[in-house]
Design a protein around this ligand. Structure first.
Ligand code: BEZ
Ligand code: FE
Length: 300
């Protein structure tokens, strides 16, 4: 006959799970139960607080749509996505460009654009050029590497946040040339607040945090035989460069736009950044995040 208290309930739960055939599932659920129970004991969780937590998570789920992933946003503001990214980077077989958050605004199916194209449909803001090379860890160019980019406009809005989120804009997919070179035109994006109108935003406000991300451009680079790189470049003069609400900034990803005689587009300020892809390990997978639509249950 079981006679459980706040400590032995943990042993009982672990014992019931011990025959889990999938070893990795067993390891993850064992640790999750141990840490969750320890957390409840540490804060002496009351039934009301437990229910508040359940209600919060329910609202997070209800806020998810094909263009919004509130659970990923929650992971981001808790720093969990940054931890998973850092762990993923550490497992690479060789050093590549550092990862950063994919974020909730990534979309499959952005327009395929020729090198040099502007990723904005229209803009009155000054254009800048982003250019550089995609290489191996040892500097060998990767011809044909797929470079996906997306960002906010000069007002700090993603396409998904305007006009009902229908039109694709401020995003594009490019192919590096035979020497691994890429270049495209854009505008300097404005830093922006993460979506604050849902349960995650409410939590951020209750924690007295500002909710802003510094100005950045997202980049996702893939090439056969290489580890996919999900990263972003951050503009160093943004006032929130040291207090990103989702912990995505790393010093190696900080850039500035400047006059640059070597830029492929004369007359525009430019950001020069060379990306390095690590070779893929056997059976490697892993991207922290997804197109929100891909995480929604299929329509019945
Ligand atoms: C973004 O950079 O798009 C982003 C990342 C995490 C949370 C919200 C937005
Ligand atoms: Fe972003």
């Amino acid at each position: 006959m079981q006679d459980l208290d706040e400590n032995t309930a943990t042993d009982a739960a672990l014992a019931q799970m011990q025959n889990t055939p999938d070893a990795r599932l067993k390891q993850i659920m064992d640790a999750a139960v141990r840490h969750l129970h320890a957390f409840a004991r540490e804060v002496d969780l009351t039934p009301e607080e437990w229910l508040t937590g359940i209600s919060f998570l329910t609202k997070v789920g209800q806020a998810c749509t094909p263009i919004r992933q509130e659970f990923i946003l929650l992971s981001d503001i808790l720093g969990l996505s940054a931890v998973v990214n850092a762990l993923h980077d550490k497992k690479a077989r060789e050093l590549g460009t550092q990862s950063s958050l994919l974020g909730p605004f990534y979309r499959e199916g952005a327009p395929e654009l020729p090198l040099g194209a502007c990723i904005l449909e229209t803009t009155t803001a000054p254009q800048i050029t982003l250019y550089g090379r995609v290489t191996d860890n040892d500097g060998t160019p990767i011809p044909g590497a797929r470079v996906q980019v997306w960002q906010t406009n000069e007002h700090g809005l993603y396409d998904l946040q305007q006009h009902g989120g229908e039109a694709m804009d401020m995003r594009g997919n490019f192919r590096a040339d035979a020497n691994g070179r890429y270049h495209f035109r854009t505008v300097r994006p404005l830093g922006y607040s993460i979506p604050m109108d849902g349960p995650v935003g409410e939590l951020v406000q209750r924690q007295n945090r500002h909710g802003f991300r510094p100005s950045h451009i997202h980049i996702l680079i893939s090439a056969p035989g290489h580890r996919e790189l999900v990263t972003a470049l951050y503009f160093g003069d943004d006032p929130n460069i040291d207090s990103d609400t989702v912990f995505g900034v790393s010093a190696s990803l900080v850039v500035q736009a400047k006059d640059d005689p070597d830029s492929p587009i004369p007359g525009l300020q430019a950001v020069h950044y060379d990306f390095r892809l690590a070779r893929a390990a056997e059976g490697e997978s892993g991207r922290v995040g997804a197109d929100p639509a891909a995480l929604m249950p299929a329509a019945q």
